[in-house]
Design a protein around this ligand. Structure first.
Ligand code: PLP
Length: 379
């Protein structure tokens, strides 16, 4: 059997990883400024993370949600404390798309409406509703296109109100910071404006923090930079540091009932152990503050880069927009300088999504190699 060929890949085979580094099968060392697509939060193969998962594996790895799993409560309590959402409730699932799918479903149940308002440039996943609200016609199959969706411009509060005025919208969904689009920050009052409009027109506000959450931006969730309190928050990626887990946190005014949401794997023992270890390390190593501290550092570091047009960032979620397409530059960085970076839907924007334990000296090393790559090329 062959693999269904949907991923273009670099010819690199990682076999080992530690902290912010990866090693390939020929023992080449790479600096990871991509974090496997914003997934690695506490660093690759953190010893406390390995130990917690190993210990759990030796006890019990999985049982379904038909029995008591106290690890889920421990996770919920720690997450509530660290995120500041102690009064909210947690539903656990397995991925970012699934988290968004459940959030949309819940908003539709709660409001008894079905249309979703989302934003141009947004990415929310590839399952039925999540892809339907994603701004990329190429990945929306006819089956997905049956959902009722309206996309308006990012930061355009008037367009959002025009859409909401119809009264048929169950949810407005926005990324805390648009990631795939190339790190597009919301204007300071955009989320507060959306929140007020949702209240006025009877819709729920969902913040997709799948990429921008879990400390990456220097606060637990990116929307917390903007003073808004959404109805539902979705998360995945950094939550398990590579172990598949996702979740949604839900305003307590939204009531649960048996069977309303559900999943076989969501909240299993191993996934909870991984997610608990992540929260423990985020806290004990002060990684969220570390991400915040590195924001200014990066601004200073990158500001005089050749051909750089703009830096868009919060914490360790960074977009470097150049005056030219970055495809060749990104290729050079990985093949010649052994540094992983990310691309984005904006062809001129390089995305940096490193593990939150990245050190200042590693960023300096990246800058040296970036300058070298820019100097020795005709880009
Ligand atoms: N939402 C955002 C903002 C994302 O960046 C992604 C993935 O890149 C998703 C949702 C989908 O997550 P997953 O790939 O885990 O389904």
């Amino acid at each position: 059997m062959k693999l269904f060929d949907v991923y273009p890949v670099y010819p690199i085979e990682p076999v080992k990883a530690k902290g912010s580094y990866i090693w390939d099968k020929d023992n080449n060392q790479y600096l990871d400024l991509y974090g496997g697509h914003a997934v690695i939060s506490i660093g690759h193969s953190h010893p406390a993370y390995i130990e917690t998962i190993k210990n759990q594996l030796e006890k019990i790895a999985f049982y379904s949600n038909s029995v008591e799993i106290p690890l889920q409560n421990i996770l919920a309590e720690k997450l509530g404390k660290l995120s500041g959402y102690e009064t909210y409730n947690l539903f656990l699932c397995n991925s970012g798309a699934e988290a968004n799918e459940n959030a949309l479903k819940l908003a539709s149940f709660k409001t008894n409406k079905s249309k979703v308002l989302a934003f141009k440039g947004g990415f929310h996943g590839r399952t039925s509703g999540a892809v339907a609200i994603t701004d990329n016609a190429k990945i929306i199959a006819p089956f997905n296109s049956k959902h009722q969706v309206e996309l308006v411009d990012w930061n355009d509060i008037e367009a959002a109100e025009t859409a909401l005025k119809q009264g048929d919208v169950c949810a407005v969904i926005a990324e805390g910071i648009q990631g795939l689009a190339g790190i597009n920050l919301p204007e300071p009052n955009f989320f507060i404006g959306l929140h007020d409009l949702c209240k006025k027109y009877g819709a729920l506000l969902i913040l997709d923090e799948v990429q921008s959450g879990y400390g990456r931006t220097g606060k637990f969730f990116a929307h917390q930079h903007y003073g808004v309190i959404p109805d539902i928050i979705t998360m995945a990626k950094g939550m398990g540091n590579g172990f598949p887990i996702g979740g949604i946190i839900i305003n307590p005014t939204i009531e649960a009932s048996y069977g309303l949401l559900g999943t076989t794997f969501g909240g299993n023992h191993l996934a909870c152990a991984a997610a608990i270890a992540v929260l423990d390390v985020l806290e004990s190593e002060n990684l969220i503050q570390h991400a915040a501290d590195l924001e200014t550092k990066q601004n200073d570091l990158f500001k005089n880069t050749k051909g750089l047009k703009a830096i868009r960032n919060k914490g360790l979620m960074t977009g470097l927009e150049f005056e030219f397409p970055i495809k060749e530059l990104r290729g050079k960085l990985v093949t010649e300088h052994k540094i992983f970076t990310g691309s984005s839907a904006n062809p001129n924007t390089l995305r940096l999504l490193p593990p939150l334990c990245i050190e200042e000296k590693q960023l300096n090393f990246f800058k040296e190699k970036l300058d070298l790559a820019l100097k020795n090329s005709n880009i």
